[in-house]
Design a protein around this ligand. Structure first.
Ligand SMILES: [Zn+2]
Length: 512
């Protein structure tokens, strides 16, 4: 552009013209990749990509809709002038605009554009009315988030009818089973729609949607197309009832309703694996050092993490040869996982991500059934009887009991838990007494050495509060030596006497 000001701040929107969107989806489809539902999602999805080359390859356009600040030149007196200025400086601005003087003019403009929307080269879900005069804008001011001199007037959503060919079940990362409609491809306002969401089982039955139905499909600019309902008048008797599966299509695991949605309960469901492991290692669950979200994704992609239990039986040699891993990082992960092998039972149970079984529920359940064996043996009872036993616990309702029973009754889940125990996992039935004493610490004798992350008096106070004793010299009576960095003669002495040596992480795990 010419005559550029010293500083210029503009606002605008990144968007994707329909022709470019359809061509891009064709390419994605040809390459066997997931296509986008609409240009808005495609734009947002593209901008999230970290690789600039991918972003550059997508047919994105920037369109300026507001000049916010000009330094070194006069600010524009009106919006119309500002848009002219932006255009002169080289920005794309909408050619669909008009200056009107009253509400009648505004509605007329809205209706005019809506009637021509199919000819417009990009998706438009409405028009925006703006006060033209900068002086009036300043007088009107702003609400909390939006100025008072602008408002949107949306178009009616677009709808078309087409045939419902099939309903597929998608399994999300939380294990949620979501029905997805497969449609006879239909052009809705320039975008070819082949899929629509059906939300959940009750949505299908409430609307009486059958396979083979002609259905009304609605598409608004920014949401996944959805089925409004069947066209009942054109049924010919060939339509078939859809039966929502009771098993997960990904893994065959049992699916359980929770609220209006259904969830796959199998701990080793491949669709949920990454999320389950990420949750298990996270701070709120087992808090395992040395392995994070990205590592979980990478190990799974490399075929080194194919089940939740495999977390405790990793092939560290193979991991050390992966990109981004070295001896130190592998050792840190190995130590982190080793230090997490003795979690409190309730922590461990809540780390499994069983629906309805959060930390608090897990704590009260484990106070009564305080070993893995006791929990698994619940499955040996008659269902009604087991529900009753669990429901006796304060804070455990029928939903929670059902969820837990479903989990422990699954042979896949039992096998996974037994495998973890085989790999050295030993959940501890730690019960906190009222005065804060911790089983496993009470009346044990500790000696501290080396530098810890807190001062030694602090660590001494923490151990004593949990019921342990702290002395200053290592002897045969010492149960544990807590060794920090640069531990010296006490460590040698402890090793000579065969006293168990803990690092700080391990002792904190015992105290947790
Ligand atoms: Zn599954």
């Amino acid at each position: 552009g010419e005559d550029l000001p010293e500083v210029l701040e503009v606002r605008g929107e990144v968007m994707m013209p329909i022709a470019g969107f359809n061509a891009m989806n064709d390419d994605l489809r040809t390459n066997g990749e997931q296509v986008f539902a609409n240009p808005r999602n495609a734009t947002a999805g593209t901008l999230k990509r970290l690789d600039p080359a991918v972003v550059a390859s997508r047919p994105l356009r920037f369109m300026c809709y507001e000049v916010v600040r000009v330094v070194g030149q006069d600010m524009f007196a009106t919006h119309a002038d500002a848009m002219q200025g932006a255009k002169k400086w080289g920005f794309a601005v909408s050619k669909y605009s008009a200056l009107v003087s009253d509400a009648v003019g505004m509605i007329k403009f809205h209706d005019d554009i809506e009637s021509r929307r199919d000819e417009i080269e990009y998706e438009m879900d409405g028009v925006v009315y703006k006060v033209d005069s900068q002086v009036l804008r300043d007088l009107l001011g702003s609400r909390a988030r939006t100025p008072r001199w602008v408002c949107a007037h949306k178009f009616a959503p677009r709808e078309e009818t087409t045939k419902l060919l099939d309903i597929l079940i998608q399994v999300g990362r939380t294990g949620r089973l979501t029905p997805r409609a497969v449609l006879d491809p239909v052009n809705i306002g320039g975008v070819i729609v082949q899929h629509a969401t059906l939300h959940h089982a009750a949505y299908i039955s409430d609307l009486d949607i059958k396979l083979g139905d002609q259905v009304l499909v609605r598409r608004a600019g920014d949401v996944i197309p959805q089925i409004v309902g069947p066209v009942l008048g054109v049924r010919d008797g060939s339509e078939r009832e859809f039966v929502f599966p009771s098993e997960c299509p990904e893994c065959g695991g049992v699916a359980k309703a929770n609220g209006e949605h259904c969830f796959c309960m199998n701990i080793d469901c491949p669709a949920q694996l990454i999320r389950r492991v990420q949750y298990m290692v996270s701070r709120v669950a087992l808090n395992i050092d040395g392995i994070g979200d990205k590592a979980v994704v990478q190990l799974h992609a490399e075929g080194l993490l194919n089940s939740v239990e495999q977390l405790f039986n990793l092939d560290y040699e193979a991991i050390a040869s992966l990109d981004g891993w070295g001896e130190k990082s592998v050792a840190a992960m190995r130590d982190g996982i080793a230090a997490a092998l003795q979690p409190k039972l309730d922590k461990f149970i809540s780390s499994l991500g069983i629906p309805d079984i959060g930390p608090e529920t897990s704590r009260v359940v484990c106070a009564k059934f305080n070993s893995i064996g006791a929990l698994l043996s619940l499955a040996d009872n008659e269902h009604e009887q087991a529900v009753e036993r669990l429901s006796e616990i304060e804070g455990v309702g029928k939903e929670v009991a059902g969820s837990l029973l479903q989990f422990v009754s699954s042979s896949k889940n039992q096998a996974a838990l037994n495998a973890m125990i085989g790999y050295g996992l030993r959940p501890q039935s730690v019960v906190l007494s009222e005065d804060g004493h911790v089983d496993g610490i009470v009346s044990k004798v500790f000696v501290l050495t080396g530098s810890l992350s807190c001062s030694r008096p602090e660590m001494k106070a923490i151990i004593e509060a949990a019921g342990g004793k702290v002395t200053s010299t290592v002897s045969k009576k010492t149960d544990y030596l807590v060794a920090g960095d640069k531990a010296g003669s006490k460590l040698t002495k402890a090793q000579e006497l065969g006293v168990e040596v803990l690092n700080e992480q391990q002792v904190r795990a015992m105290l947790a």
